[in-house]
Write a protein of this length. Sequence first.
Length: 261
Amino acid sequence: MTLRFSVLASGSTGNAFYIESNEQKILVDAGLSGKQMDYLFSEVNVDPSTLSGILVTHEHSDHIKGLGIIARKYNLPIYANEKTWKAMEKSLGKLSVDQKFHFGMEEVKTFKDMEIESFGVSHDAAEPMFYTFRHEGKKIALVTDLGYVSERIKKTVEDADAYIFEANHDVGMLRVGRYPWSVKRRILGDSGHVSNEDCGLALTDIISNRTKRIYLAHLSLDNNMKDLARMSVKNVLQERGIDIELHDTDPKSPTALYEVG
């Protein structure tokens, strides 16, 4: 086995990502209740008590709602940067000292046979960051919750075997939707979320011949639809001569475990 992963849940109501190698089982974020998290793990036949640890991207509730519960229940270590720890610690409840670990921005850590690199993103949180995962020459990139995709991010995540990439909203739906203008401005801004079209444009700059799968993630319930996101991203890619598998994610049900190799 090389790398296997599942997008356990993705959307504006809750996010969780699972990835495993021969020696490590990592959860990124736990943005659903403890009961929901247990259900998601059961759906992909993973025992959460066997997890090696939990990585945190940022402190928004749709990424940490069940974090304290899961960590206490299964006595798991949590990794986050200093500013994120400060922003979320009161929301997690009591944790023992030996469960709290630091994972800095733009840092590479080795977890036995898995190498994980963090990179900063532009989002309205304390110090948001996401991750790439490497194992035996394979690379997975997790990229959501960002207002725009900088050249630095593109360089970090380029040439991956698979992407979990944000396609949050359709700009037209957002502009005519029910949100107040202040919220619309936040979403459309540089610290908000990536649109379907911008997702496609970013992907054209970073995917390579080794890229086999793209999962469209963090879709807005109010301002997007799975079919629309897939069609919009596919159109951008095809205009540039790129034909690649696009897969949906869901806020309530996990994707099947996919093995990269």
